[in-house]
Structures are given as structure tokens and as C-alpha cells.
Design a protein around this ligand. Structure first.
Ligand code: NAD
Ligand code: AHE
Ligand code: ZN
Length: 371
């Protein structure tokens, strides 16, 4: 048992509370990681706010981290003390029915305990100093200076990559770029529309440029996002608040009949409908990335699908983390993709709630907490 500092989500809708917590050492198949940096993703805020139907409290949130292996539990063979790692909320056991099917990245080997805020043996390693158990979150809990993660949920990455940048590969970068490359499999010369130019949408844009898309339309209510999106490859910007008449009709005209690929990175179900309907008749594919509020449902006229549009979704950009994440770290180190401009704010753990304020104000792309 050791002590570490963590930002604890004590109750839904409450600010995180930074405190000392107890952390038990790694059991069989588990690894103790010292987190060096973590990003704040909109999904953390979704859970903190109380909107996530899967939200459990008290919990240590955070799923976009990077750090160093401090101790390995019994039977751990793929990692050693001193390795640099990125925790994976979508693990890769390489043995389950899902891992063995190339059509999905959704490893299910530990999904039930992970969803219950526990490690695979059904218990938690975190507790308050008075002994109250604290739940894990998405199997990662990176809003803590130290965390325990299953071996199958850690990608080993090169040691020369900076933690304060590659932590973002733990969710936003991989989700956005992967949605383009793994899920949509966008071809050179495609047209695309990206709804929501935040931490995920900008990475969709970066992925589209990498894939060789010709037209990349960005849609956002916040014109403050134009400069950054243009930097990453956006060719046209549309602010729905400034469009007179029907937004779908406007986008269909702008893309010459609808886009080959559209992406929702807002989590708003009305936007998801617009995205589907702005996809090209006959072949357009719309990919849902955004996480919608509890109870929200998507709808459209079935005719939209009958006439050849398809609706799809993606988690963690379709990436198999232990295999793909080290490669994305290489892409960053080789200059194939950019991360630095998107890390707009650096915070200490004590300032973590300011990161959520910046997110709400639309002022940050990614705020990163450095330990
Ligand atoms: P963010 O807050 O950084 O960005 C959201 C953007 O959407 C903002 O720029 C905002 O101005 C814009 N927006 C909001 N309403 C809009 C509207 N009606 N029309 C156009 N633009 C609008 O959030 P983020 O971190 O980029 O996350 C985006 C979504 O993706 C969230 O729902 C998050 O939970 C989800 N997400 C999903 C996955 C996955 O694996 N599927 C991974 C990470 C995040
Ligand atoms: N708990 C929410 C759904 C949350 C969700 O969709 N999570 C994504 C990752 S978002 C990362 O920022 C995911 O990977 N889902 C797959 C899974 O198995 O959870 C709810 O609505 O219940
Ligand atoms: Zn995320």
C-alpha cells in the first residue's frame, strides 16, 4: 500500500477534489504506473457532470495519460520497470473473440469490470484515507499521480517521446485520426465534413489531410476554432448560426451533392442527423464519434439509408491500442502528425477544475495536467 495524490470525483456535478489517496500495489496481471501527464477529454467532463449513465462515484477519472512503469504484478511478461506506457481504455488482450476479429477493436475481455469501475478481479486498488473505496474509471484513472492498470490495457511506447504531448494519443489523437483511417478508410481525393472542431474534430481533420482528402469542411458554432482547424487542413468553414435556410441543403451544395464522409465530433444528436443527411446519396458514410447525453436518441427518415447513406460509429478510432498506439507515437516523433499546437493549456493537478472551465468556455483544445 502506498499513498499518492489524485483528483477525486466525489459526487456527480461536483468539482474534483484533489487529495491524498491510498493505492494498493499491482496484483497478478496488473501494473503500477506513475502518471507523468494527462489530458482532459470531454468524456471526463461528461462523467464528472453526472450525465454519464455509466458514471460511478467516488471515482478517479481521466483516460488520456502517459507515464512510467514502477512495478509489475505476478505473471506480467510484456512490460518491465522503467518502460514508458500509455493506458488504454480499449484494451487489447489479443485472445478474445473481439480481438481475433479484424472487424473490431472492442476487446471485451475486461469490459464488465471496467464498466463497473473495478479491476478485472472485481476490486478497486484506490481508497480514501478513511478507507472508503474509490472506483477506477475506464480502466485508466489518469487523474492520479500513480495508478494500477491491467497489463493488456497498456501500450509500451518509445522513451524519447515527451509525456506532456503523447498523453493525448491515449484518446483524442487516436480517436480522431483512427476514425478516418481505421473506421471510414477514407480514400485519396475524398470530400468530408467534420462537425465539432474540438480536441477530437481537429484530429479528424488532421487524419483527413493525412489520408489525402481534397475537400475538408469544418462545422462549428465557435468561430474561434477557424484558425487552428485551417492550420490542420480544413479547406472550408461553416458556422451553422450564420447559414440562412437549411444547413443540410447548404452543405450538400458546398460539397457538390453531399460529402463522401461526414464525422460527428460534437455528441449532439441533432448534429448527428445533419451529418448523416449531408453525406452523399448512394455512398456517403457518416461516422459518429461524439458521446450523446443520457437518454438521447438519433433519428432520420429511413429513406436516407435506403438511398445509400450509411451510419456508423467508432470507439478509440477503431485502434487496437497495444499495436497501433506505439506507431502513432512514432508518427508524432517523425513529424507525420502534429500535437503541440493543440495542447493549449498546461495545468498542475491542483488546477484541474480550471481545465473543465476552459473546456466549457471553448477556450482550450486540450488542457494537460503535468505531475
Ligand atoms: P470539445 O468540447 O473539445 O469539442 C466539441 C466542439 O463541438 C466544440 O468546438 C464546440 O464548439 C462544437 N459544437 C458544439 N455544439 C455544436 C453544434 N451544435 N454544431 C457545431 N459544433 C458544435 O470536445 P472533444 O474532446 O473534442 O469531444 C467531442 C466529443 O467526442 C464528445 O462528445 C466526447 O465525449 C466524444 N469522444 C468520443 C470518443 C470515442 O471514442 N467515440 C473519444 C473521445 C471523445
Ligand atoms: N458511458 C457512456 C458511453 C461512453 C463512451 O461511448 N465511451 C467511448 C469512449 S469515449 C472516450 O473519450 C467508448 O470507448 N465506448 C466503448 C465502451 O465499451 O465503453 C454511456 O453513454 O453509457
Ligand atoms: Zn476521451
Amino acid at each position: 500500500m502506498m499513498r499518492t495524490r489524485a483528483a477525486v470525483a466525489v459526487a456527480p456535478g461536483k468539482p474534483l477534489e484533489v487529495m491524498e489517496v491510498n493505492l494498493e500495489g499491482p496484483k497478478a496481471g496488473e501494473v503500477l504506473v506513475e502518471i507523468k501527464a494527462t489530458g482532459l477529454c470531454h468524456t471526463d467532463e461528461f462523467t464528472r457532470s453526472g450525465d454519464d449513465p455509466e458514471g460511478i462515484f467516488p471515482a478517479i477519472l481521466g483516460h488520456e495519460g502517459a507515464g512510467v512503469v514502477i512495478e509489475v504484478g505476478e505473471g506480467v511478461t510484456s512490460l518491465a520497470v522503467g518502460d514508458h506506457v500509455i493506458p488504454l481504455y480499449t484494451p487489447e488482450c489479443r485472445e478474445c473473440e473481439y480481438c481475433l476479429n479484424p472487424k473490431t477493436n472492442l476487446c471485451q475481455s475486461i469490459r464488465s469490470t471496467q464498466g463497473a469501475g473495478l479491476l478485472p478481479d472485481g476490486t478497486t486498488r484506490f481508497s480514501m484515507l478513511d478507507g472508503t473505496p474509490i472506483h477506477h474509471y475506464m480502466g485508466c484513472s489518469t487523474f492520479a499521480n500513480h495508478t494500477v492498470v491491467p497489463e493488456i490495457a497498456l501500450a509500451k511506447v518509445r522513451k524519447d517521446a515527451p509525456f506532456d504531448k503523447i498523453c493525448y494519443i491515449g484518446c483524442g489523437v487516436t480517436t480522431g485520426i483512427g476514425a478516418v483511417i481505421n473506421t471510414a478508410k477514407v480514400e485519396i481525393g475524398s470530400t468530408a465534413i467534420v462537425f465539432g472542431l474540438g480536441g477530437i474534430g481537429l484530429n479528424v481533420i488532421q487524419g483527413l489531410k493525412l489520408a489525402g482528402a481534397d475537400q475538408i469542411v469544418g462545422v462549428d458554432l465557435n468561430p474561434g476554432k477557424i484558425e487552428m482547424a485551417t492550420h490542420f487542413g480544413m479547406t472550408h468553414f461553416v458556422n451553422p448560426a450564420e447559414v440562412e435556410g437549411d444547413l443540410v441543403a447548404h452543405l450538400v451544395e458546398l460539397t457538390g451533392g453531399g460529402a463522401d464522409y461526414t464525422f460527428d465530433a460534437t455528441g449532439n444528436v441533432n448534429v448527428m442527423r445533419t451529418a448523416l443527411e449531408a453525406a452523399h446519396k448512394g455512398w456517403g458514410e457518416s461516422i459518429i464519434i461524439g458521446v450523446a447525453p443520457a437518454g438521447a436518441e438519433i433519428s432520420t427518415r429511413p429513406f436516407q439509408l435506403v438511398t445509400g447513406r450509411s451510419w456508423r460509429g467508432t470507439a478509440f478510432g477503431g485502434a487496437s491500442g497495444r499495436t497501433d498506439v506505439p506507431k502513432i507515437v512514432d508518427w508524432y516523433m517523425d513529424g507525420k502528425i502534429e500535437i503541440d499546437p493543440m495542447i493549449t493549456h498546461k495545468l498542475t493537478l491542483d488546477q484541474i477544475n480550471e481545465g473543465f472551465d476552459l473546456m466549457h468556455a471553448g477556450k482550450s483544445i486540450r488542457a494537460v495536467v503535468e505531475f
